[in-house]
Design a protein around this ligand. Sequence first.
Ligand code: GLY
Ligand code: MN
Ligand code: MN
Length: 460
Amino acid sequence: MFIQQTSTSLADTLRLRRQQLANLIDFPAILWSGSNSSRNFPANPFPFRASSHFLYFAGLPLSQAAIHLEAGKLELFMDDPSPGSALWHGEMPTCEEIAEKIGADAARPMAELESWLQDAATLAVQDAATWTQQSQLLNRWVLPQSPPQGIDLELAKAIVSLRLTHDEAALTQLRKAAAVTVEAHKAGMAATPQAKLEAEVRAAMEGVIIAHNMTTSYNSIVTVHGEVLHNEQYHHPLQAGDLLLADVGAETETGWAGDVTRTWPVSGKFSSTQRDIYNVVLAAHDACIAKIQPSVEYGDIHLLAAMVIAEGLVELDILQGNPQDLVEMDAHALFFPHGIGHLLGLDVHDMEDLGDLAGYEEGRQRSDRFGLGYLRLNRPLRPGMLVTIEPGFYQVPAILNDTNIRSKYQNVVNWQRLSEFADVRGIRIEDDVLVTAVGSEVLTGALPNDADTIENLVNV
Ligand code: GLY
Ligand code: MN
Ligand code: MN
């Protein structure tokens, strides 16, 4: 809770954000921060993470608090720490002190919130205790798994329109998250030659993040089984011929996220097959980033990645046919089944608690095509948006051994040739890219990604 930021700049930033919200809605909003969930008994909670919508307007990760926003004014609702709490948690600031720090117009105890509910919109918080309280107080269902309705939907749209592009204060935080994320990846590469297990590399990476008093912005993926897209196991031994895929991101104390993936050879040397595929993925990554600028459709960036991957795989004689035709029949998705990336901000998939409201331009819907269905962002790019670019190549048994898929793509995959690439289970290269007025800036660009430099970083 003791965040290193001058109170004036934090308060000024928050004042501006709520004034911008007031320009978009003419009804009050109440945003709850959420509460700790217990691991196994109440005194042993999971680490607390405040709701991102709350954080955007309140700036501090306060637990069991709520803010009432109306016409640019902010009322903070929060109980002062109980007298006994100092014994276990130390002296904590009062509601009044926090209200001053964030530039609130008033500080009030939680019990008073009941008289501020009139006509208020809200957004569901993820933890059950809080969304139950939201539903009870507002006398309607406020559920994290259901899309918002009525004024809640109007509030969601207004907040999306603000959070889609980042202000200077947000960018300062996002740059910090990016810098620590880069450092964590370098530490992971350097730790690999001495490591026997994935867990040791994870520890080296998360150690950097923890040492900066940050947390991870999602569960780290550090695995020699990169074909399992969200692999959260760390027990596999590291063997000389393996590629290690590390998707690890830092989150600042006020909740802003980094999200980076690198893939490196455990031995410090890519095999020729690994290097060939790595360079295809890198070509897609570079082509996509080169294309980023305002007004470009993110969906076209995804299709560009698909095209570059298809071309590369045709060149390697893994796919056979015309690359354009292969993309149209989704053959690239056999090996690149996910989208090229997503919005990044306070959430690693920013605002995904609202379904596709943030990711998809109004009137657009998810495609049910094999090669497009996992695209999380489908909007024209705008200056101030932060997106990830994360092409990959994976040999996922559940895809490649599926009899229907195999028969559909029987004639466009050279299965014999593919078997020569058995030492490439999963490669992803992911960076965080800010859309600027004229093009883009890779916030994580200090982390090399070409195969030679990656080898050198593993071999330091
Ligand atoms: N780290 C999750 C993702 O890249 O989307
Ligand atoms: Mn990502
Ligand atoms: Mn990632």
